[in-house]
Structure formats: structure tokens, C-alpha cells
Design a protein around this ligand. Structure first.
Ligand SMILES: NC(=O)C1=CN([C@@H]2O[C@H](COP(=O)(O)OP(=O)(O)OC[C@H]3O[C@@H](n4cnc5c(N)ncnc54)[C@H](OP(=O)(O)O)[C@@H]3O)[C@@H](O)[C@H]2O)C=CC1
Ligand SMILES: O=C(CO)COP(=O)(O)O
Length: 355
């Protein structure tokens, strides 16, 4: 390996992009960050702060931010794309003329594109056709990373170079990077858990207790796994950091923006009011709509996503929905142990015997 420091480019100047840029710089990489706001870029470079997205933290002074994309991407070994899913493709297209096929391209975004139900690394692949593509996902609240709280993530790629490069670029004494070759499963886990984080925030605001939160998180994992199997993904990946790990953190912390949207809805705010008050991206709002529609299309049983969809988009009061969900089918605990259809058959048999 060469003695040159690794060159890392981060596209996006939000909370996660900024936190990742700072980790890479803490790890002695040469880091450039692209954001479209030149004023904020100057603040990051000169004052080592991002007053819009991470106001309470100092950024590593070696991070150089700029609104000149070509300058940021020039000679980068690793490119991290931290742009919300709605703008992801547009930004990758803008970057495309400055990219080349030896670079490693990694999405950090936990969302889904409506057209074609695409995940972000699929967009990276489609837009570039390059071979070194990966995804970072895990329980990674940006503010805690910026505070150097001990944290772990997953780099998922079927390309070993990509996995090793990201482990080298970001792994340090407060940030551990575990490897996976299930890019689709890791990416799907990160997108799906946002749905349940909204539901958990809502339940908390309605005064529901810890039993309720545990039930919600565990049934969410069952629902996510059922959807993953339908999509041809490996549900075992959901036992890792990018599945259950991320589900726990986002369903438990008001640092999660999806959780905060849920809290605001539970307090009686409208969806528009909740999203406006946030001023940052909450991917789960879009994801719940896309996943609920996909589940309808494919006949996948997803009562939590369906219930949340009705609260968000059909005006059903959250408390009424919670009661309704308690009257739904009492099915199998772990479907990989006792399949749902066996429980349904048992119930039919039982009701025959009981007249
Ligand atoms: N924050 C977190 O804790 C974590 C976030 N993630 C994921 O990372 C992704 C990025 O999130 P995060 O950094 O948190 O998001 P933020 O909402 O904090 O910031 C979004 C960034 O994207 C930029 N942006 C938005 N639209 C465009 C556009 N059309 N062109 C150029 N830039 C644009 C914004 O620029 P501007 O300010 O100019 O609008 C801003 O720099 C999300 O999808 C999220 O799921 C993953 C793990 C943790
Ligand atoms: O994905 C996250 C933590 O892992 C961040 O969640 P939010 O996007 O809800 O803030």
C-alpha cells in the first residue's frame, strides 16, 4: 500500500455527510466535502463548524469544504454520497463527468427511489456502471458520531476492495466498520427501519410504555424480514447492525429525525407541520408510502406499515390506529420457526372444533 494518505470526497453537507467527513479526517485521510451552499462550505473550512446541521460540534479542521464539485472529486480514492434519496440521482448525475471507474463509490443514504423501487447503490451503479460500489448503514446517529460516542456501522459490498477501503478510511478508536457482502439486505434494512421509528415516536408521544415499544420493535423486525424475503433478500442480515441495530437506535432516540416526526404527529401536529418543523430529511415519510404500496402490489402482510400509512396519509387518528392494530391477526412469533400459515390453519381447525 502507498504511504500517501487516502483521499476521501463526501458529497453532501448535512449532518451525516459532515460527521463522516470529520471521522475520515480524524483518521488522517485527506478530506474534501461538497455542498451546494458556498457560505456553509466556507464556514466548515474556516471555522470548522456546520451551524445549519451540526451546530454543537467542532469538525476536524483538516476537512476542506467547497461548492465546486470538480475540485472536491479530483483525485478522490473514495467517494461517500450523503444526499437525501429525492436528490440522490440528480447529484450523482452532476458528479458523473468528474468520476472514474477506479474510484470507490459508497452510498450512505437510507431511502428508496419511487421509480422502479430502487435503492441508492442501484442508482450509483446505473448512473456510473463502475465496479466498486458499496453502502454504509447501521445505528449511526450523526450527532453522536460527531460527539465521538463509540459507534459501529456496516460496509456492504460484493467487492472486497470496497469493503477494505472503507474499513481503512473510517475505522478508528470511536468508529468500528464491520463488513458484509449483502449490499441489498443492508441497504433495505436501513431504509425500512425509518418507517418503524416514526411509529415508535408516535407511540411515545401517546404515552405508551416500554412493553409497547418492545412489541413494536420486535413486530417491526418480523415485518421487515417478511418484506425482505418477498424481495429476495437474506433476512439473516437483519440480525446485524444494519437491521436490528439500527431499528433499536432509531426507535429509541429523539436524535432520530424519523422518531421526532412520529412524536410531533402523536402530539397532534399535521404531517406537513411535523416535516416543516424538522428542517432536515426524514426518509421514513416517503418510505412508508412506497413500501406500503409495494406490499399491496405483492400481497405481503405488513400491518404496521399499513397502519402508519393510514395515519400519515388518510387522516386516521394515531390512537385509533393503535387500538385497531391490537385487534389484528394474532399470528406466529418467529415465522422462520413456526410459519404464519400453520398458525392460521391451527386457528381454522380450532374454530371448527369449538363450533
Ligand atoms: N443524520 C443521520 O443521523 C444519518 C443520516 N443517514 C442518511 O444520510 C442521508 C443524508 O442525510 P443527512 O446528512 O442526515 O441529511 P440532512 O438533511 O442533514 O442534509 C441533507 C444534505 O443534502 C443536501 N441536498 C439536499 N438536496 C440537494 C440537492 N438537490 N442538491 C444538492 N444537495 C442537496 C443538503 O443541502 P442544502 O442544505 O443546501 O439543502 C444537505 O447538505 C439521509 O438519507 C439519511 O437517511 C444515515 C445515517 C445517519
Ligand atoms: O439512520 C439514522 C441512525 O442510524 C438516522 O436516523 P434519522 O434519519 O431518523 O435521523
Amino acid at each position: 500500500m502507498s504511504d500517501q494518505p487516502m483521499r476521501v470526497a463526501v458529497l453532501g453537507g448535512g449532518s451525516f455527510g459532515t460527521a463522516l467527513a470529520s471521522i475520515a479526517a480524524d483518521n488522517a485521510a485527506e478530506v474534501r466535502q461538497w455542498l451546494r451552499d458556498p457560505g456553509l462550505a466556507a464556514q466548515i473550512t474556516q471555522e470548522h463548524r456546520n451551524s445549519r446541521y451540526l451546530p454543537d460540534f467542532v469538525i476536524n479542521p483538516a476537512v476542506v469544504a467547497s461548492s465546486d464539485m470538480a475540485e472536491v472529486l479530483k483525485d478522490a480514492d473514495l467517494v461517500l454520497v450523503a444526499i437525501p434519496s429525492t436528490a440522490f440521482r440528480e447529484v450523482v448525475r452532476q458528479a458523473r463527468p468528474c468520476l472514474h471507474d477506479t474510484q470507490i463509490l459508497v452510498s450512505t443514504t437510507k431511502g428508496i427511489q419511487e421509480e422502479g423501487f430502487k435503492l441508492m447503490s442501484q442508482i450509483l451503479e446505473e448512473e456510473t456502471g463502475f465496479p466498486h460500489i458499496g453502502v454504509i448503514s447501521g445505528p449511526n446517529l450523526a450527532a453522536e458520531i460527531a460527539d465521538k460516542q463509540l459507534t459501529a456501522t456496516v460496509i456492504a459490498s460484493d467487492d472486497p476492495n470496497t469493503r477494505t477501503c472503507v474499513q481503512t478510511a473510517l475505522g478508528c478508536d470511536y468508529f468500528r466498520v464491520y463488513a458484509s457482502n449483502d449490499r441489498y439486505g443492508v441497504e433495505l434494512g436501513g431504509a425500512l427501519k425509518n418507517i418503524y421509528a416514526i411509529a415508535a415516536g408516535m407511540a411515545a408521544a401517546l404515552g405508551m410504555g416500554e412493553n409497547t415499544r418492545s412489541m413494536l420493535m420486535t413486530r417491526a423486525l418480523a415485518e421487515m424480514s417478511r418484506f425482505a424475503v418477498d424481495q429476495g433478500a437474506n433476512p439473516m442480515t437483519f440480525l446485524g447492525l444494519a437491521g436490528v441495530g439500527d431499528l433499536i437506535v432509531t426507535c429509541s432516540s429523539a436524535l432520530s429525525r424519523n422518531y421526532r416526526v412520529g412524536q410531533a404527529l402523536g402530539e397532534g401536529k399535521t404531517l406537513d407541520e411535523a416535516v416543516d418543523a424538522l428542517g432536515q430529511v426524514a426518509e421514513g415519510v416517503n418510505t412508508v408510502r412506497l413500501v406500503r404500496n409495494k406490499a399491496h402490489e405483492e400481497g405481503v402482510y405488513m400491518p404496521l406499515a399499513e397502519g402508519l400509512y393510514q395515519v400519515l396519509f388518510d387522516g386516521v387518528p394515531a390512537r385509533d390506529m393503535a387500538r385497531l392494530l391490537m385487534l389484528g391477526e394474532q399470528s406466529s412469533d418467529v415465522e422462520f420457526v413456526l410459519p404464519r400459515k400453520v398458525v392460521q390453519q391451527d386457528r381454522r381447525q380450532g374454530s371448527k372444533h369449538h363450533g
